[in-house]
Design a binder for this molecule. Sequence first.
Ligand SMILES: [Mg+2]
Length: 246
Amino acid sequence: MLADPPSAPTDLSDRDVWVFDLDNTLYPAECDLFAEIDQRMTDFVARFLHLERTEARALQKKYYAEHGTTLNGLMTLHGMDPADFLAHVHEIDLSPLPRDPSLADAITGLPGRKYVYTNGSRVHVDRVTKYMGLSQVFDGAFAIEDSAYTPKPAQSSYDAFCSKFAIRPERAVFFEDLARNLAPAHGMGFVTVLVQSDKDWSHEPEAARPAGIGDDHPPHIDYVTDDLTRFLRGLTRMTIRREPHA
Ligand SMILES: [Mg+2]
């Protein structure tokens, strides 16, 4: 486990907006929820483009690497209607997800507004947050439909997100499991937190893996944690200055 980089801000008391990616951020990557989404995407691509499964899978990963999401590649290059794709790929079994109230408590304990910001669909956000007991803790959610299907890390997606909820990045903190999605956020003024896991991604083509950050901390990552709940609790104890009760 990496320690927080020495350059990280030590005081987050000026931050009152908290932004969370969904998949592999609000729940640990070890839940492997994406494995089923991943297989369902392959099924969809095979059916949609009349390909063998192996070919479909290679194309799926290529589009993910080159277009941010498989969906975006299919829309850009094949003019696909996103609705059927999103409905099909997110119809998954949620039972691997944790139902631990301590995360809901930790998020609720943060001062200010909280949002989910995902490249997944709105239905997926609703299902996952409901299952995890998180549906009441957020002030809003931004799904792929909200950015006209343009995914993170495209700058236009972050701009649409901030505009929709009137977010000033210099007042906000951004939590993500994909290092590459933190680069635009950091450039805009967000404090960035990489939520990491020890999950082995070596079965994925290199370009489709979450960027490992190795022994270096890229300058666009302010904090690294392998336990979101613990990290948030630490913040509320140590760095959030609360107004005294009147
Ligand atoms: Mg994620």
